[in-house]
Write a protein that binds this ligand. Structure first.
Ligand code: PLP
Length: 373
């Protein structure tokens, strides 16, 4: 019996995505081991943060790096860094931003639940463009002496008529305004750990608990040393806006190991294995009446990995898409997939452990064929 089952909590098979509410990802044993080792000793946390950051910076080809409790915490600290800098009075004053540079520019099309992390620092959000179109002159016009940063959200919200990131950076650079990229779910590809900053973004922020397979409560910030030094003083253990987002020694050492493993990982082999799984699923599922399965690429976050898009014709299949989702969830083991529209599920191999792809397929076949007789 797992420790979860002792609490009456059923572990589940995650065929959806690296969703925080499902647990993000599962750490490799080496990462767990690093956390166990870290848990055994006292250390000076500030020294550890600097030493871990130096290694992470080197591994990711960045000037500097910082471990936060998550990508969202990274957004808070990055905002605090550009608004309060390293001025003790300003740091203490947050989230009151009176008298400080306190405007943050965000594409209207990029607005999403995670921008709350930016707003909680007390800044004023200045939106540019519409949901479907943004003009360079709108960005130019939004920049003024009070502009602290431009935040760029990369993911499903990107690409709806927004300015290209390159152009956003070029305009921002002319005005000396930092561009901060939220790339929380933007690995793979692993190169994004250095690509955004090499493009000229001041900072790039990644979730440690998604595909990096680090501790769920960890995040990675990479980029300009001056800004990351400001993040340190705005973060725990200092009394600051970041103090409630404490990063433990275990998370720091766990994330360090996770990033090391992730950079060494054979990403091509992983992608082709996922391709094989998706192709196998599709060919089996396409034999079932009322079911149409096809490869979908890239996935919802824009990662270069395939999923199976399974469309269910309720009349022909004898059950609706929601019936299938419920049956997967209620069965043993419980399986989570993503729903889309009224008749589609996406089945994702990227969060599956070895052998789970067969369990998922067999459950799907069982559900979809049993009900029809
Ligand atoms: C997941 C996600 C976050 C939050 O990451 P955490 O590590 O869970 O804090 C922020 N922004 C985007 C775009 C995300 O997808």
């Amino acid at each position: 019996m797992s420790i979860y089952e002792e609490l009456g909590i059923r572990p589940l098979i995650n065929a959806s995505a690296t969703l925080t509410r499902l647990g993000g990802s599962v750490m490799p044993p080496e990462v767990v081991q690093a956390m166990v080792e870290a848990s055994k000793h006292f250390v000076n946390l500030d020294e550890l943060q600097r030493a871990v950051g130096a290694k992470l910076a080197e591994m990711t080809h960045n000037e500097s790096a910082y471990v936060a409790t998550g990508a969202a915490a990274g957004l808070v600290l990055a905002t605090a860094a550009v608004v309060a800098g390293d001025d003790p009075k300003a740091i203490n004053q947050l989230p009151d931003t009176t008298g400080l540079k306190n405007e943050v520019i965000i594409h209207k099309s990029h607005r999403n639940g995670y921008d709350h992390a930016v707003r909680q620092v007390g800044v004023k959000i200045v939106e540019i463009g519409t949901e479907t179109e943004t003009k360079p002159e709108e960005l130019e016009a939004a920049i003024n002496d009070n502009t602290a940063a431009i935040f760029w959200f990369q993911g499903a919200m990107t690409g709806h008529g927004d300015l290209p990131l390159e152009q956003t950076i070029a305009i921002a650079n002319r005005h000396n305004v930092p561009v901060i990229v939220d790339g929380a779910a933007q690995v793979p590809p692993v190169e994004n750990l250095w690509k955004f900053t090499q493009m000229g973004a001041a900072l790039a922020i990644f979730s440690g608990g998604k595909d990096l397979h680090g501790p769920q409560a960890s995040g990675l910030v990479v980029g300009r040393k001056d800004l990351i030094d400001c993040m340190r003083v705005n973060g725990s253990p200092n009394h600051s806006i970041g103090r409630p987002m404490k990063v433990g020694k275990e998370e720091m050492m766990g994330l360090l190991k996770a990033v090391e493993l992730y950079i060494q990982r054979d990403h091509e082999a992983r992608a082709s294995q996922d391709e094989e799984v998706v192709a196998g699923w599709c060919s089996q599922l396409n034999r079932v009446r009322g079911v149409q399965a096809e490869r979908s690429f890239p996935n919802e976050a824009g990662q270069p990995l395939p999923r199976a898009k399974v469309t269910i014709d309720a009349a022909a299949a004898g059950m609706s898409r929601d019936d299938v989702v419920q049956a997967l969830r209620n069965g043993t083991p419980s399986i989570e997939v993503a729903s889309s529209g009224s008749d589609v599920i996406y089945v994702n191999p990227m969060t599956l452990a070895d052998g789970e792809d067969e369990i998922v397929l067999n459950r799907l076949l069982e559900i979809l064929t049993k009900q029809r007789v």
